[in-house]
Design a protein around this ligand. Structure first.
Ligand code: 5GP
Ligand code: ZN
Length: 115
């Protein structure tokens, strides 16, 4: 499934739910987290609906590489020049709340709310 009509991040990709965009290209979208843990907290997602890391396969290698390669560039642009965390929560025990793959990029001046 390339798009899940019930998925909140697919709705953000489609523009049906507003988001504060950080970056967009044909395959990837990045937007600010609605409940930030730190001064900089945004999510990098594939436009394709991939529920979690459990579902990735060899066909997603370039996409994952693109997402992770964007992280330092966007972190710097957003003001996390002194360092940042990247986080991918997977499944129930991993604390995943939204089942559309996303990389958290968390940084900016401390203290942070979490982490
Ligand atoms: P997870 O726990 O699945 O790794 O993280 C999901 C993240 O998505 C949470 O940090 C949450 O604040 C964020 N989030 C959930 N719904 C929305 C939304 O509608 N818009 C935005 N911008 N972020 C959201
Ligand atoms: Zn989705």
């Amino acid at each position: 499934m390339s798009h899940d009509p019930n998925c909140i991040f697919c709705k953000i990709v489609a523009g049906q739910i507003p988001s504060k965009k950080v970056y967009e290209d044909e395959e990837v979208l990045a937007f600010h987290d609605i409940r930030p843990h730190a001064p900089v907290h945004f999510l990098i997602i594939p436009k394709l609906h991939v529920p979690s890391l459990w579902e990735v396969g060899p066909e997603h290698q370039a996409l994952l590489g693109r997402m992770l390669t964007l992280a330092p560039r966007l972190a710097l642009e957003q003001g996390a020049g002194n360092g940042f965390k990247t986080l991918i929560n997977t499944g129930a025990d991993g604390g995943q709340e939204v089942y559309h793959l996303h990389v958290h990029v968390i940084g900016g001046p401390r203290p942070w709310r979490v982490g």
